[in-house]
Design a protein around this ligand. Structure first.
Ligand code: FEO
Ligand code: CA
Ligand code: CA
Ligand code: CA
Length: 528
């Protein structure tokens, strides 16, 4: 163990509360070779422009950016969260998020050149989400072009606010975008999360002095052509995958929602966990009023230092009345309210998943570079008495990123049928393969057993093509297929004639974000 590794390991042991006296025992077991054989053969980190997988895992392309869903709609760009909605053993509907554009690929816009409205419309159309029918064949799952269920929800779709609310003078928003991760409800709908919404129409920031409008990041800056309120974005959108009906929920608050992970409390109320992916922002949970709707509920922010969920209800927090007229205004400016009532600033909360066997809530905290945290960690929250509606919990660090654990900047997660964890990571495209990330090479897919001889060990089982991030891991109902998004291959491309990735088609082709299916004997061995 090199000094650097040992330092990180000791730091992890300290944070996780494990006894340092176990160290010699672990070392002795390793040197005697007492550990059982690994559940899957790990791969070495790779810088190859390909999707590289462990032996016994195979991938196939399911659908790529630009593929036809029907005669008028195309599969969007930068696919992210995936939800699998079963119809029967051989048919299912897939929901796929489309997060952000790469203007050079989509609209041939490069920074500094003249921007046109047509370019912005192409980008709006490439984001949101896709609904597509898939069928199981002897060659695995395939998508069915022109199926009546196929449709797009995008940056131009008219979407009402739930409860007939009016936000910034309108009962509906135009479009959804920044759709990062999401969740699904027990009643068969999808939740898709608007994450970095401020890049498109800017933001209205709440300060102690009042409200301040800021304009958008200049590469996207749709606000140069469309006068839409920034407050129409940053919500969680519920989508019915059969009818295509959508609504934006105000109950979950407005911030850079990464995910919306749904579970049921002991009394049948619905609990939705969500994180705000920004440095020093918080995690939240909504406890619904009703058992089959999240239109209305009580929103809480986590105080992870004291293990408490703090109410964001203006009637229970007189302090909030100093800054806000009513509860809807609190929800429109959730970040400000959360810090006022004592929500804990965290290191960029990303995905949240719930251990199906214990109810423990796992939260990836991807990194916080200004604070010197480059590799992030996975936080574990154990709700009091295992009830998702509890207002007290215990928090601990499950794993810290770094060279010892073998991953950096954790992002999406999913549990498999056996209750083991799969995770992807997100080292940003410019930082990848450079210090302090050099050793991790391209972004990856990781398998982390939670039980048995290898509990808590991290096995890298996939490596993404150049500049890409693997996102949206999602299992088919039988567990034998892992759907995975390959997002932003070739993201650092500056010249369309010289893309930095040619994945998935090879040769001198343009890179295409795509959804792949992963299956094979190594996966069967882990999940069946
Ligand atoms: Fe879109 Fe927080 O990752
Ligand atoms: Ca993410
Ligand atoms: Ca997830
Ligand atoms: Ca991320």
């Amino acid at each position: 163990m090199r000094n650097h590794d040992r330092r990180e390991f000791l730091k992890f042991m300290g944070r996780s509360g494990l006894s340092l006296s176990l160290l010699p025992f672990i070392n002795a077991c390793q040197s005697l070779g007492l550990s059982s054989s690994p559940p899957i053969t790990a791969i070495e980190p790779s810088a190859k422009d390909d999707l590289v997988l462990s032996p016994g895992l195979n991938w196939q392309k399911l659908i790529s950016w630009g593929d036809s869903l029907n005669s008028s709609e195309l599969f969007g760009f930068n696919n992210d969260y995936i939800a699998f909605v079963p119809i029967n053993d051989d048919e299912a509907i897939l929901w796929v998020n489309h997060e952000f554009p790469h203007p050079l690929f989509i609209s041939n816009y490069s920074r500094g050149s003249k921007r046109t409205k047509q370019q912005v419309v192409l980008e709006q159309k490439a984001l949101g989400g896709s609904i597509l029918k898939i069928v199981k064949t002897k060659n695995g799952w395939q998508y069915l072009p022109n199926d009546p269920v196929n449709r797009r929800i995008d940056g131009t779709t008219k979407i009402p606010f739930a409860n007939n609310e009016t936000i910034a003078g309108s009962k509906f928003a135009i479009g959804t975008f920044g759709n990062c991760a999401g969740g699904y409800t027990p009643w068969g709908t999808i939740l898709t999360c608007e994450e970095n919404y401020h890049d498109y129409y800017g933001e209205v920031i709440k300060t102690k002095q009042g409200f301040k409008r800021v304009h958008a990041y200049d590469e996207f800056a749709w606000d140069k052509f469309f006068n839409y309120s920034p407050e129409h974005y940053g919500w969680v959108v519920e989508v019915n995958p059969i009818t295509g009906y959508t609504k934006k929920h105000t109950s979950l608050g407005r911030y850079a929602h990464e995910c919306a992970t749904v579970t049921e409390a002991r009394d049948g109320r619905i609990v939705v966990y969500s994180g705000d992916d920004k440095n020093d922002e918080c995690i939240y949970k909504l406890i619904s009023k009703e058992q089959n709707s999240i239109d209305k509920g009580d929103l809480y922010v986590a105080d992870t230092k004291n293990g408490k969920w703090i109410s964001l209800d203006i009637e229970k927090q007189p302090l909030l009345k100093k800054y806000f007229k009513n509860q809807l205004e609190v929800l429109r400016h959730t970040r400000f309210a959360a810090h006022e009532v004592g929500g804990t600033a965290l290191d960029r909360p990303e995905d949240i998943e719930i251990d199906p066997q214990t109810g423990d809530v796992y939260v990836t905290l991807t990194n916080n570079k200004p604070k010197g945290n480059f590799h992030g960690s996975i936080l574990k929250i154990s709700e009091k008495d295992g009830d998702a509606a509890a207002l007290e919990f215990q928090a601990s660090t499950f794993l810290a990123g770094g060279e010892l654990t073998g991953f950096s900047s954790p992002d999406n997660m999913v549990f498999d049928r056996k209750g083991n964890l799969w995770m992807t990571n997100d080292i940003s495209d410019k930082a990848m393969n450079n210090p302090p990330y050099t050793k991790f090479k391209n972004n990856g897919l990781y398998y982390i057993p939670l039980r048995g001889a290898h509990a808590g060990k991290v096995f890298q089982v996939g490596s993404a093509p150049s500049d890409a991030e693997l996102t949206g891991p999602c299992f088919s109902d039988d567990g034998r297929t892992l759907f995975l998004s390959v997002q932003h291959p070739g993201a650092t491309t500056k010249d369309l004639k010289k893309p930095t990735s040619h994945w998935p088609d090879g040769g001198n082709s343009t890179p295409k974000p795509s959804v792949v299916t992963i299956s094979g004997p190594a996966l069967d061995k882990l999940v069946l």
